[in-house]
Structure formats: C-alpha cells, structure tokens
Ligand binder design. Structure first.
Ligand SMILES: Cc1cc2nc3c(=O)[nH]c(=O)nc-3n(C[C@H](O)[C@H](O)[C@H](O)COP(=O)(O)O)c2cc1C
Length: 204
C-alpha cells in the first residue's frame, strides 16, 4: 500500500500552495485507490520549535535516554517515522520573505535528525533516508524569480529546500510554482493556470 505524506504550511483558507498540493494529492489518490494519505498543516498545527530539552535529548545516545528525553523527542520521532514510511512526499509552501514559513522550517528541524535521517561521517553528512522517495513541492509566490534574471538569486526557497532535503537523501524533488499571485487578478490567474498545467504534465 503506497503512502503519501502531505504537509501544507500556509495558514490561509484560500491558500494557493495548499490548493495546488490538494490537486496533486487528489490525482494521486485516484491513481492509487488503496494508497494512504497522511496530512498535516505545519502552521495550523503549530509545529514546535526546538528547545534545549530537545537538543540535549537528540545528542544523547538512544540507549542512554531518560523517559523525559524520550518524551522530548516523541513528536520528532513521529514526524521522522511518517517520512520514512512515505513513498511520496508533498509539500505545499507559500513563499514568505523569499523563503519558507517558519512552521515548515520547524518540520525540517524535526525531521533532519542525526542517527535517524542522516549520519555524521568523516566526509560530512551522509543521508539515511532510503532512496527512491519522490518529493513534490507546490509553491505560491507573489512575484516571480525566473532563472537568468536579476531576480533569480532572491529565491531562497527552492535552493534551500533542495539542499536540506538532499542532506537526508531526498533528491528526487520536483518543484511547481504558481507565480505572480500578488501581481493582479489576471497575472495571478495565469500563474495558477500554468502551475495546474504543470501538475497535469507530471507522470506520477
Ligand atoms: C508574510 C508574507 C511574506 C511574503 N513574502 C513574499 C516574498 O518574499 N516573495 C514573493 O514573491 N511573495 C511573497 N508573499 C506573497 C505570497 O507568496 C503569496 O501571497 C502566496 O500566494 C502565498 O501562498 P498561499 O496562497 O499558499 O498562502 C508573501 C506573503 C506573505 C503573507
């Protein structure tokens, strides 16, 4: 039974990124009627930020952890388990201040776990996530950051997500963005239509 892990991160009811992600998930569900979908919204569920108890616990060897340390890691363990179980990961991501919402960064801090999703080696971080998982990122942006223009470098969302997901072994990452969402109704509608066409063109 294939499993899809779906994480939205916009708090908005009319979220464009969540809408795009939902279009993809609906198509995936039609193609995988026996599939399982796990859904979270990191903003609405207020994923927690790391605190000192978490950091102490995560750097304590597993066999030596106290009950309190295990409790401090429990939600992160659940998030990691959900990621490791998933065949497909779908992220709905608004562009906020050139990057991602803090609540999605909170999810990343919960899943990038030494000993669980990556290991420190002499050569640097080595991924521990089993290969083959597909990741689909559905982004909505007020503007646009076309490659080869002076605006390209302002996009700190796609390069960051590709890099950090790669650290844990998620390298099959597809990005689809609805651009121009703050550039008036016509430009926004065109940006959304282009993103929906790109979803239709996806093989999976
Ligand atoms: C706090 C905030 C920061 C934003 N920062 C940017 C930005 O840096 N670049 C951009 O192109 N759009 C920016 N926008 C516009 C959003 O990316 C756009 O409204 C998008 O549709 C939000 O995604 P959503 O519809 O899924 O909520 C920002 C919007 C908000 C609310």
């Amino acid at each position: 039974m294939p499993t899809l892990l779906h994480i939205d991160s916009s708090p908005r009811a009319a979220s464009v990124s969540s809408f795009l992600a939902s279009v993809f998930v609906e198509k995936w569900t039609q193609r995988n009627p026996a599939g399982r979908v796990l859904h979270h919204n990191s903003s609405i569920e207020r994923f927690p930020y790391l605190d000192e108890a978490f950091i102490d616990a995560s750097f304590t060897p597993e066999a030596e952890r106290t009950a309190a340390q295990k409790a401090a890691l429990a939600f992160s363990d659940q998030m990691v388990d959900e990621l490791l179980d998933a065949d497909v990961v779908v992220l709905g991501v608004p562009m906020w201040n050139l990057s991602i919402p803090a609540s999605l960064k909170a999810w990343i801090d919960l899943i990038v776990r030494e000993g669980r999703t990556f290991a420190f080696t002499e050569q640097g971080a080595a991924p521990l996530t089993p290969p083959g998982k597909r990741v689909y990122v559905f982004s909505a942006r007020g503007g646009a950051y076309p490659v080869g223009t002076p605006f390209q470098d302002f996009d700190q969302q796609e390069p960051y997500l590709r890099r950090i997901l790669g650290v844990i072994g998620l390298t099959r990452v597809e990005f689809i963005s609805a651009e121009h969402q703050s550039d008036g109704p016509q430009a926004a509608a065109q940006g959304l239509a282009r993103a929906k066409c790109a979803i239709d063109a996806l093989a999976e």
